[in-house]
Design a protein around this ligand. Structure first.
Ligand code: ZN
Length: 489
């Protein structure tokens, strides 16, 4: 996942509610999935039975241990293909490595596909590992208690796999007359970004997933004090690059130290780099983010957010905001974080070398070479060598906030969550969307399950759990967005 909020337009959907999912309209009365949220008129009718089914798929997926490494996503891919087969949808497994497969399926609008119009629903099937002893439940048992599904991947990202499946299957069941192809894709190896990841599918099998639009993880429906506060749609992301630092000296006996101890040189360099603050670079998305977030914040914070672009108070405002919130700080500028420091092997020996790793997160558009030049000047020590690691992230353009799809996401999520603001943002963490954006896909990050900060903190941590009411709400939201964007009406 990694990891990291318009106007309210009322449309009449009654004519579609009838044909789209006729077998769901007669289901039990829908209760509001999150207290206090009104249900809105829907293109797809009542989705509560569908959400119940999707919950079953999600539980099954959590039980399939896809801890990466090794991944073993093929088992999950086969399960997904089985669910689709029951609906009469042919899914294809894309084998990427032994035991590691992605799964792709397509609902066609026309005999000849128009990739520029197609909608790609993408979610990853692998999960990060667990520290089993720190969990209060078996992380791979699909335990349901206290209104939550507990388990690794229950949020990241199997909730999206199951919600995407639900939205995709709803189109098929409703025999929806599609205006574009809709592609379902379950990926492998997202968490390690390795040779079985989306990168490989793009390189080798692009025609199977080519699309003009995509929905992926990366967004959030933020709950504060029990209420949905805003919907964040990820339209951009920072770029991760590692820089290795090394220092080399003569080494020797620690009883007769000299000035060229690499531990001392490297420690001094890391200390300077750790305190480095890059200059502010506000992208258009980040400007939109602060502008839209300002009305939701307390008076003081809101005041500073409104003046970030003014010549007299902007600089001070940015300083206040970056001091207040590490994520805001990271959205404004390149960041550098020393993450690894290795030196020495014996207490009485000065080693000949010492190594450190600096993880850099660039604002898209900034270059690593310029940043490293700045760091070299700052360190000002010829003993320190900087080595930029090649397998960095992808610097991609923003997804546009002017597309029909973005407008639709905004409209539907605002309706779904009681008219809250929908705010575009740049995530500080990386997702697969950057690679899609580099292939001209308007990719948006949206996880439509309302979650609070405490829920989100469990992602990649202990006792990850998904509120089941939030999942039902997410299935409803996802199904509406997909149905409305891809149906002729
Ligand atoms: Zn994820």
């Amino acid at each position: 996942m990694v990891r990291l909020r318009n106007c309210f337009v009322i449309f009449s959907f009654f004519s579609f509610a009838i044909f789209l999912i006729p077998n769901l309209n007669a289901q039990v009365s829908q209760k509001s999935a999150l207290p206090g949220l009104p249900q809105t008129a829907s293109l797809v009718g009542n989705t509560s039975a569908l959400a119940q089914e999707a919950q079953g798929w999600l539980v099954d997926l959590v039980k399939i241990n896809t801890t990466n490494p090794p991944g073993n996503e093929q088992a999950a891919a086969k399960y997904v293909a089985g669910v689709l087969a029951k609906e009469g949808i042919n899914a294809e497994l894309i084998d990427l490595a032994p035991g590691r497969s992605a799964v792709v399926a397509r609902l066609r609008s026309t005999a000849v596909a128009d990739p520029s119009k197609a909608l790609l629903l993408v979610a990853h099937m692998d999960v990060v590992g667990v520290e089993r002893t720190r969990w209060s439940v078996d992380p791979f048992a699909g335990v349901i208690k206290d209104g939550y599904l507990w388990g690794r991947g229950s949020i990241d990202d199997k909730s999206m796999v199951a919600a995407n499946l639900a939205a995709f299957i709803a189109l098929k069941r409703g025999a929806v007359h599609l205006n574009r192809d809709v592609i379902f894709l379950g990926t492998a190896d997202e968490e390690q970004f390795g040779d079985a990841s989306l990168r490989m599918i793009i390189a080798k099998y692009w025609d199977k997933i080519a699309a003009g639009y995509a929905l992926n993880e990366g967004g959030q429906v933020m709950v504060r004090n029990g209420k949905v506060e805003y919907v964040g749609v990820q339209a951009s992301e920072k770029v991760s690059v590692n820089v290795n630092l090394s220092a080399t000296g003569k080494g020797g006996h620690s009883s007769t130290p000299t000035k060229d101890n690499p531990v001392v040189h490297l420690a001094a360099a890391v200390e300077k780099i750790g305190n480095y603050t890059a200059s502010v670079h506000l992208t258009s998305i980040v400007r939109r983010y602060f502008e839209a977030l300002a009305p939701l914040e307390d008076e003081e914070t809101s005041k500073w957010m409104r003046v970030i672009d003014t010549p007299d108070r902007g600089e001070h405002a940015l300083r206040v905001l970056s001091d207040q919130n590490p994520m805001w700080n990271s959205m404004m500028r390149d960041t550098v974080a020393p993450t690894v420091f290795q030196a020495g092997f014996r207490a009485n020996v000065i080693p000949t070398d010492a190594h450190a790793v600096i993880n850099v997160r660039l604002v898209p558009g900034d270059t690593i070479d310029l940043l490293v030049n700045d760091l070299k000047k700052l360190v000002n020590d010829p003993m320190i060598k900087f080595d930029i690691q090649p397998e960095g992230g992808f610097a991609a353009p923003n997804s546009s906030l002017e597309t029909d799809f973005y407008a639709l996401i905004t409209k539907v999520t605002a309706q779904e969550f009681g008219g809250v603001p929908v705010i575009p943002f740049m995530s500080t963490g990386a997702t697969d969307s950057a690679q899609l954006r580099l292939h001209n896909v308007q990719a948006y990050g949206l996880r439509p399950m309302p979650l609070n900060e405490a829920d989100l903190m469990r992602v990649h941590g202990d006792d990850e759990r998904l509120p089941l009411a939030a999942f039902a709400k997410g299935v409803d939201c996802m199904t509406r967005i997909v149905a409305e964007f891809s149906s002729n009406h």
